[in-house]
Design a protein. Structure first.
Length: 562
C-alpha cells in the first residue's frame, strides 16, 4: 500500500491548535491499526528552537536521539505510541542550511539556486524520508497562512499532491470561528478569508477544522461550506474542551477518522476509543480529591514553557485518581517575598528545568522550605543542581556553594564537564538525548522506578562536581542514580525526607497518559499522602482548640501569632 499524506495548515491566528489536532488525528488512525508518523515544519530561520527564548517559543521538546524540537512533538508522542526522531522536526533554517551546503559543494552543477525547485524539493525529500514504511504521514505546517515565511512550505505541499497523486494526499485547514457575545453570533468571515488566502496559493482544503467554543449548528457549517468550496459534512467542529485528551473523542464523534479513511481509500476499521473515554472520565471525576502542587520557575508568565511537565503531572494524577491544581510561582519574585505565605499549604513543590541565574535564589529558598518542612519535592535538571547547592550551603556548611553557570567565584559544587569547556557553538552542543542511568538499590529512586537501570533524555551543560561527592554524602545526600560510563551523577535524594527526589534528566519527555512516568506517579502519590496528613493534623488542631475554655483559646491564639 502506498503511503498516504495528510498536510495540516492553520489560519486566522497562531496557536489555534494545529499540533493537538494533528496528534488527535494520529491517535484516531493509530487506533485503527495503521502505522502513523508525524512531522512538524516550522517556518523560522533558526536551525532549531534550542537557542530561542521560552517566552517566544514555549517549551523545547527533546527526542530520544537528542534533537531539540518544537513542543508539538511532545503532543505527537503523548497521543501515540510513536518515538520520534530528529528527522521528524524540520525548520526553514535547516532546509536553507542544507541547500546552501549543497551549493557550496557544487552539487547543483553551477545552476542558479532558487526557492523553486531547490528549497521546495528539499522539503519534499524530507517528507518522503520520514514517511517511508508508514501507512500515513501527518505533516503540520507551522505558522499562519498569509505569513511570508511559510510560503515555501505551502508551495512544496501544493506540488506534493501532483507528485504523489490526488488519492494519496489530503489538505486539512484549521481556522477560528469566534463567538461574539455582544451580538450572540458565530462569525465565519475569518475562516472565509483564511481559506481564500490558502486557495490563492493553489491549495483547496479537503477538510476544515473550525476551532470554536461550541458545536457549530448546521446552518453555520453550510455557510462555511458554501463560501469555502467544501462539502458541509467535511466542516468539523474543533470544540474547546476541558482537557486536551478529549480532542480525539470530539473528532471521533463527528466521524473525522472515518471520513479521512474514505477519502484516502484506507481499509482500516475503527476499534473505538474506550481508553480515551476512560482517561477523560478519570480527569473529570477523580476519586481522591484535589492536591495543589507548586511549580517554581522563571518562565511562569508563559506556562507553555513547562508544557511537558504540566502534562506529566497530569498523567501522574490520572494514575493516582486525583485532580491536581497547579500553582505557578515566579522564582524571581520569591527572592524578595515571604516564602511561608507563598508556599504554605502546597501538597508538593517542583522546580523544573531552566537556564541562567535569574530567579535562582528564589528557587533555592523554595527547595530549602520543602526540605525543612518535609514537603514532597521533585527537582528536574536545574532543580537537581539547585537542591545540591542548597544542601551544600545549609547542611554541609559550604556557604559559597554555587554553579559555574551563575558565578566566576565560589565553591563550584555544580560545574561544566571537561568537554563542555571547549564548546564554541551554543546551539545543539549540550548533553542531549537518551543516556543510561543505573539506580542504587534500597533508594527512593530504585523503589519508584522498580528497576535497576533506565534510559532518560537530557538537556543540560552542567553537572554535579564529583570532587564534592564525599562531603555531600557524609551529610546525608544520597546519589541514587549514576551514569557509569561518564561517571556522572544522575539522581539525588535526601535520606530521611518523606519524598525528596531530583534528577539531572527530563523524565517529562517520556510520560504519556496511558504510560505515566513512574517519577511523576510517585511525586503525585507523595503529594496526595502529604495532603491527607495535613488534613489530619488540621482536624486534631481544630479539635484541641475547640476543647479549650474561651480564655485558654485566646491565650493559645496570642502565642500562635507571636
Amino acid at each position: 500500500m502506498k503511503t498516504k499524506y495528510i498536510f495540516v495548515s492553520g489560519g486566522v491566528l497562531s496557536s489555534v491548535g494545529k499540533g493537538l489536532a494533528s496528534a488527535a488525528m494520529a491517535a484516531l488512525l493509530e487506533s485503527r491499526g495503521l502505522k502513523v508518523t508525524l512531522m512538524k515544519m516550522d517556518p523560522y530561520l533558526n536551525v532549531d528552537p534550542g537557542t530561542m527564548n521560552p517566552f517566544q517559543h514555549g517549551e523545547v521538546f527533546v527526542t530520544e536521539d537528542g534533537a531539540e524540537t518544537d513542543l508539538d512533538l511532545g503532543h505527537y508522542e503523548r497521543f501515540t505510541s510513536i518515538n520520534l526522531k530528529r528527522e521528524n522536526s524540520v525548520s526553514a533554517g535547516q532546509v536553507y542550511e542544507t541547500v546552501i551546503a549543497k551549493e557550496r559543494r557544487g552539487e547543483y552543477l553551477g545552476g542558479t539556486v532558487q526557492v523553486i525547485p531547490h528549497i521546495t524539493d528539499e522539503i519534499k525529500d524530507r517528507v518522503k524520508k520520514v514517511a517511508k514504511g508508514k501507512d500515513v504521514c501527518i505533516v503540520e505546517i507551522g505558522g499562519t497562512v498569509g505569513d511570508i515565511e511559510s510560503l515555501p512550505f505551502l508551495e512544496a505541499i501544493r506540488q506534493f499532491r501532483f507528485d504523489m497523486g490526488e488519492e494519496n494526499v489530503i489538505f486539512i485547514h484549521l481556522t477560528l470561528v469566534p463567538y461574539l457575545g455582544m451580538s450572540g453570533e458565530l462569525k465565519t468571515k475569518p475562516t472565509q478569508h483564511s481559506v481564500q488566502k490558502l486557495r490563492e496559493i493553489g491549495i483547496q482544503p479537503d477538510f476544515l477544522l473550525c476551532r470554536t467554543d461550541r458545536i457549530l449548528p448546521p446552518d453555520i457549517r453550510s455557510k462555511i461550506a458554501l463560501f469555502c468550496n467544501i462539502k458541509a459534512e467535511n466542516v468539523i467542529t474543533a470544540k474547546d474542551v476541558s482537557n486536551i485528551y478529549e480532542v480525539p473523542l470530539v473528532f471521533y464523534e463527528q466521524g473525522l477518522d472515518e471520513k479521512i479513511c474514505e477519502r484516502l481509500k484506507l481499509k482500516a476499521k475503527s476499534k473505538g476509543l474506550s481508553k480515551w473515554a476512560k482517561i477523560s472520565e478519570t480527569l473529570a471525576s477523580p476519586k481522591n480529591g484535589t492536591v495543589e502542587i507548586g511549580i517554581v520557575g522563571k518562565y511562569v508568565d508563559l506556562t507553555e514553557s513547562y508544557k511537558s511537565v504540566s502534562e506529566a503531572i497530569g498523567h501522574g494524577a490520572i494514575a493516582n485518581q486525583v485532580k491536581v491544581h497547579l500553582k505557578y510561582i515566579d522564582s524571581e519574585k520569591l527572592e524578595n517575598s515571604d516564602v511561608e505565605s507563598e508556599l504554605s499549604g502546597l501538597s508538593g513543590i517542583l522546580v523544573p528545568g531552566g537556564f541562567g541565574n535569574r530567579g535562582v535564589e528564589g528557587k533555592i529558598k523554595a527547595i530549602e522550605y520543602a526540605r525543612k518542612h518535609n514537603i514532597p519535592y521533585f527537582g528536574i535538571c536545574i532543580g537537581l543542581q539547585l537542591a545540591v547547592i542548597e544542601f551544600a550551603r545549609h547542611v554541609c556548611g559550604l556557604t559559597k556553594a554555587t554553579s559555574r553557570e551563575f558565578s566566576n567565584t565560589g565553591e563550584f559544587v555544580i560545574d561544566l564537564m571537561e568537554e563542555q569547556r571547549k564548546v564554541e557553538r551554543i546551539g545543539g552542543s549540550m548533553r542531549l538525548g537518551a543516556y543510561q542511568c543505573k539506580l542504587t538499590p534500597k533508594t527512593l529512586a530504585y523503589e519508584t522506578y522498580g528497576s535497576s537501570e533506565v534510559r532518560e533524555r537530557h538537556r543540560h551543560r552542567y553537572e554535579v562536581n564529583n570532587h564534592y561527592r564525599k562531603i555531600l554524602s557524609e551529610h546525608g545526600l544520597v546519589f541514587s542514580g549514576l551514569n557509569s560510563e561518564l561517571d556522572l551523577i544522575e539522581m539525588v535524594e535526601i535520606k530521611g525526607h518523606p519524598w525528596f527526589l531530583t534528577c539531572q534528566f527530563h523524565p517529562e519527555f517520556k510520560s504519556k497518559p496511558f504510560e505515566p512516568h513512574p517519577l511523576f506517579v510517585g511525586f503525585v502519590r507523595a503529594s496526595l499522602k502529604n495532603r491527607m496528613q495535613l488534613k489530619k493534623s488540621d482536624k486534631k488542631t481544630s479539635a484541641k482548640s475547640s476543647s479549650l475554655s474561651p480564655s485558654k483559646q485566646t491565650r493559645n491564639r496570642s502565642v500562635e501569632y507571636r
